[in-house]
Design a protein around this ligand. Structure first.
Ligand code: MRU
Length: 349
């Protein structure tokens, strides 16, 4: 199984797959510099909600190892600043803040009880390794739950990327497709290309090809045609932040797919670890939607496709109302409507 993210011995370095050059090039970047990880998250070289959380946690551990300091207190202060710096990379996926909060807590606890720098560094490294291994375990459990909903012969629409590249291993919805195939089910995945950065066409299609799962790539504007003519029987995809009422931020285009699913009366499932649930937010209106550079829309592979000076809309995510979501599949089980603080909290505890 492909490893997307790796933390090296003693957290001196970490590595990640460069997702900006796939599928034509497979490049692994190794670094001991947290600035490089932050830059990779901003540029979507590392992307996908769980992956940005785990990589940021690893970057904190790498920084704790490599930053020079005279004593634990000084190093803890540096690591706290680096944690805040990493939190500024992308605003929408809550997994980033969830992972960095855990790292901040680990650093604080380690600073309080470590006798020397080595002890502190080891404790911070352990916290990052726990976050990474939890991601793998969580994905395996979610894949079981989500695959149980997939029937033989299912034609499943997905968009953006929700396989191994969005996580440490397995992925979210992508893990369910792999599991369904292992269970002997014949499935076909309809992959939206996912403009403007083509995560569907470049990354999800690549992952599915590696796994030998039949798939069809389409442009985003073909999704209505595909519901009608390819007989899509289910939508299954990931999430970047889910609020108390089930409102779900995911890659731009998810909302359109949900409205179509409702029209065609096919189930719409979100597969996400419980770390994607943000119970501090009542509704999706509170979610900060990342607005990205106009050039992502107006330039493709270095070639301008819209006149210079055009006004551009480029939100990276949209919010699908909870009422359009048939089920939210987490490692804690499958949540169904009505979604509210109490129902989600009880299931999470
Ligand atoms: O902008 P990206 O590529 O990081 O967006 C990622 C997505 O929207 C994924 O679909 C999402 O993280 C869910 S899969 C874990």
């Amino acid at each position: 199984m492909l490893k997307n993210l790796e933390l090296f011995e003693n957290a001196e370095k970490m590595s990640f797959i460069d997702q900006s050059v796939l599928p034509t090039e497979k490049k692994v970047i190794t670094t001991g510099d947290y600035h490089e990880v932050a830059d990779a998250i901003c540029k979507l070289i590392i992307r996908g909600a769980p992956a940005i959380g785990v990589s940021a946690a690893m970057a904190v551990a790498v920084a704790a190892r490599n930053e020079k300091a005279q004593n634990v207190e000084e190093l803890h202060k540096k690591v706290t600043d680096i944690n805040a710096f990493l939190a500024g990379t992308r605003p929408t996926a809550v997994n980033l803040f969830w992972a960095l909060d855990k790292m901040a807590q680990a650093s604080k606890e380690a600073a309080a009880c470590s006798e020397n720098l080595e002890e502190y560094r080891k404790a911070v490294e352990k916290a990052a390794r726990n976050i990474a291994s939890e991601d793998v375990t969580t994905n395996k459990i979610m894949a079981e739950y989500a695959a149980s909903l997939i029937k033989d012969g299912e034609v499943i629409l997905t968009l953006c990327n929700d396989g191994v590249l969005c996580s440490v291993e397995y992925g979210t919805a992508g893990g369910a497709f792999v599991k369904a195939k292992e269970q002997g089910k014949n499935i076909e995945i309809c992959v939206q290309e996912t403009r403007p950065l083509f995560q569907g066409a470049r990354l999800t299609a690549w992952e599915l090809q590696q796994e030998g799962i039949p798939y069809t790539v389409m442009t985003d504007s073909m999704v209505g045609y595909a519901f009608e003519n390819k007989k899509i029987s289910m939508v299954m995809l990931g999430a970047d932040r889910i609020t108390c009422n089930g409102d779900t931020a995911n890659k731009i285009g998810t909302y359109t797919a949900a409205v179509l699913a409702k029209h065609y009366q096919v189930p719409f499932y979100v597969v996400a670890p419980s770390s994607t649930l943000d119970l501090t937010m009542k509704t999706g209106k509170e979610i900060v939607i990342e607005q990205r550079l106009p050039e992502e829309v107006t330039v493709i592979h270095g070639k301008r496709i819209a006149p210079e000076g055009s006004k551009v809309l480029n939100p990276a995510f949209d919010v699908t109302p909870g009422e359009l979501i048939t089920g939210i599949i987490t490692e804690k089980g499958i949540f169904t409507p009505p979604y509210n603080y109490e129902s989600l909290k009880i299931n999470l505890d």
